[in-house]
Design a protein around this ligand. Sequence first.
Ligand code: KE4
Length: 420
Amino acid sequence: MQHTNSINAFAKACQLIPGGVNSPARAFGGVGGQPIFIARGEGPYLFDVDGNRYLDYCGSWGPLILGHAHPRVVQAVTQAMTRGASFGAPTELETQLAELVTQLMPSIEMVRMVTSGTEASMSAIRLARGFTGRDVVIKFAGCYHGHVDSLLVSAGSSATTLGVPTSPGVPKGCTKDTLVLRYNDVAGLEEAFKAHGDKIAGVILEPVVGNMGLVVPAKEFLSSLRSLTQQHGALLIYDEVMTGFRLALGGAQQLQNMKPDLTVLGKIVGGGLPVGAYGGRADIMKKVMPAGPVFQAGTLSGNPLAMAAGLATLQELRDRPTYAHLEKLGAMLEAGLNVHHRVQRVGSMWTMFFNAEPVVDYDTAKKSDTAKFGRFFWAMLERGIYLPCSQFEAAFLMSVHTEEHVKQTLAAAKEALAAI
Ligand code: KE4
């Protein structure tokens, strides 16, 4: 494959945009080389500016569970655009999406739309602190909740990929009330609540982690989280930005039969357009301004185009559930790749780890052979398979992937692994 136009496009972008990208996750920092510039997407495929076609397992980092340019989403957004892009006033589309979100995730009795997962996490943390009157928040090393100052401590995803899990520019004052524990460490959780229980406003976690690569929570870890937060009057906050409407129509909380106090959403809820959301118990959500005193606002929150994309996406997932299809393809992919390297998977979210041991937390994730992952990434790209460009990310199947696509992917992987 030749990448001349991508190379030229990147050189030009680097003169005007830091690192040539608008998000470091796309910078290929974890795999070497430089990013491919995309011209368009169609179904399960990406087409780059050199005309190369790739089978896409990144799906814009999760939002595109229905694949690129799904007709129902295209039609909804196009129609919405003809009515005007934004009004700075309420529309019924926002209520329709709120209604569908609360129907699909019953723990969410009320919901507020924002424009990114970061904004949703930031607002949920502020709300937890405002509702409880407490300051301490617990997060887990390797989890990523967006670039929220107070949560940019031992953060996963591109913060880890690029070696800055704790970013410069975040004053100590922003993180002094952030307690970072080890994922799946029940004893650590018990100790933290024993020592600080009455100061803890909330615990935020990825209920299935994507940002260390895919890591599954132990059952006793989840049950301890729920019981300890309830016992100490702290809020349990499920960051379902990646897992929401992905692992099941009702997200990870449906699979795990868990009822968090607050849920953070993003990605699929916007169908590829900028939407984040946070919601949960009505008594908590009623503290959000203007119903209550906890401030949060946004010019494009609930933007009609984004609402149209999110609504069309969730309606399609409700009307034609694709989860059995995604599970079948996921199991097929896992069985085929597992013969080479450890695959960790839940439904359509998966990671192939270059790691001798099970990855259960940030410490074990960081033992992965990221150099070998980088060689594998490029060997697959050259064979027309586009994976997330980091060992510390999850890959995603889409509803438009087929068994034939999985077979092609397994054949490419066998060749790629032999070549590296
Ligand atoms: P955004 O602000 O990027 O919309 O959402 C932040 C976020 C919050 N919570 C979880 C569990 C997330 O996975 C994310 C964002 N995910 C990364 C990829 N793992 C987005 C890619 C990027 O940063 O460009």
